[in-house]
Design a protein around this ligand. Structure first.
Ligand SMILES: *Cc1c(COP(=O)(O)O)cnc(C)c1O
Length: 332
């Protein structure tokens, strides 16, 4: 099985922004774009992206999950990066059109079609270090993916990092390439020095998120996760899981949580900790590493509540449970 996200459909949807307006979108060969080496994105990182999925149901129909949320977030990222303003309806149509083009290729569950809308600054202008790009390109790339957990789910080791940050605080809500590059150095170092899988960034003891996923603590009937502020990425999976957990009668506490409280709660045998994101839905955390010491979370294994919540979300995505919140958009 190819690595997640390494296989692409041969065509994508494309629109360009020039002379202050968006072109009509078209479906083009995915490897057909040209970029000037002086393009704004290549020097000043004027780039943002989204990750969402289309699912195949048992009757053969194909549905995109919470597209409105991802399109809204892409428009927000574009705005915060001073990229040209998006037309959300046009972006939604590009997504639906390209998924429709490849409806036959959408894998059956637990696989799906991963959708990667991307917006980049294309103006050839290396003098614009402190000015926005005048032109841009928006494309929607597709990548069929299998089960994220082939080989079984294993609980992760997370380094609690209290000094470094994932990205500059005003960039937290932007799903932008540079944020990932900025987190890579610390993550590699944590992998080498303490065999951590990921870093949970907790500047000054404030538990935020990892390099590419949100963090939730499950303590019995309560889920505790940081309330929405501008320092971290507001995950669609996070919001969906909180909605489903509330429906299941759980208490949702969206508030700040400190490293001290996290370690204290992690010592309880029934506690679970999870990372949330579109690719894997929920991934369990088995160990926190803090100041050179390992702290087992609950019993150190993937827990039953994470499993139940992941199943509840998958059941809606896969058409096995009622879509009460209208999260699915039917493509074909
Ligand atoms: C994409 C992302 C998430 C998860 O968002 P989802 O919408 O749930 O996929 C969380 N944190 C960061 C930094 C991300 O890039």
């Amino acid at each position: 099985m190819a690595a997640f996200g390494s296989v692409f459909m041969p065509k994508m949807a494309l629109a360009t922004f020039e002379n202050n307006q968006w072109s009509e979108a078209s479906i083009v060969a995915a490897d057909s774009i040209q970029l000037h080496p002086g393009a704004h994105v290549l020097h000043y990182s004027s780039t943002c992206f989204e990750g969402l999925k289309a699912f195949r149901h048992e009757d053969g129909s194909v549905h995109v999950f919470r597209m409105d949320q991802n399109v809204k977030r892409l428009a927000q990222s574009s705005r915060l990066l001073s990229l040209p303003e998006l037309d959300e309806a046009a972006v939604s149509k590009m997504i639906l059109d390209v998924v429709a083009e490849y409806a036959e290729d959408v894998p059956t569950p637990p696989g799906s079609m991963y959708i990667r809308p991307t917006h980049i600054g294309t103006e050839a202008a290396i003098g614009k270090a402190a000015a926005p790009t005048a032109t841009s390109m928006l494309y929607v790339l597709l990548s069929p993916v299998g089960d994220y957990f082939t080989g079984g789910a294993k609980a992760l080791r997370l380094l609690l990092e209290e000094t470094g940050m994932r990205c500059a605080p005003h960039m937290g809500m932007v799903k932008s390439g540079a944020n990932y590059a900025s987190a890579l150095g610390p993550i590699f170092q944590a992998q080498e020095s303490v065999q951590a899988d990921q870093i949970l960034f907790c500047p000054n003891g404030d538990v935020q998120e990892t390099g590419a996923a949100n963090f939730l603590l499950i303590d019995g009937n309560e889920i505790i996760t940081k309330g929405l502020d501008t320092c971290f990425l507001h995950g669609v999976t996070r919001s969906s899981i909180l909605t489903l957990a509330k429906d299941l009668g759980m208490t949702i506490s969206e508030r700040d949580i400190t490293v001290d409280e996290l370690l204290e709660r992690a010592a309880k045998p029934e506690v679970e900790a999870v990372l949330s994101g579109t690719a894997a839905v929920l991934t369990s955390v088995g160990t926190f590493i803090h100041n050179g010491k390992d702290y087992t979370v609950g019993n150190g294994e993937p827990g039953p509540i994470a499993q139940k919540l992941r199943q509840a979300l998958n059941d809606i995505q896969w058409g096995k449970a009622e879509d009460k919140n209208n999260w699915l958009t039917k493509v074909v």
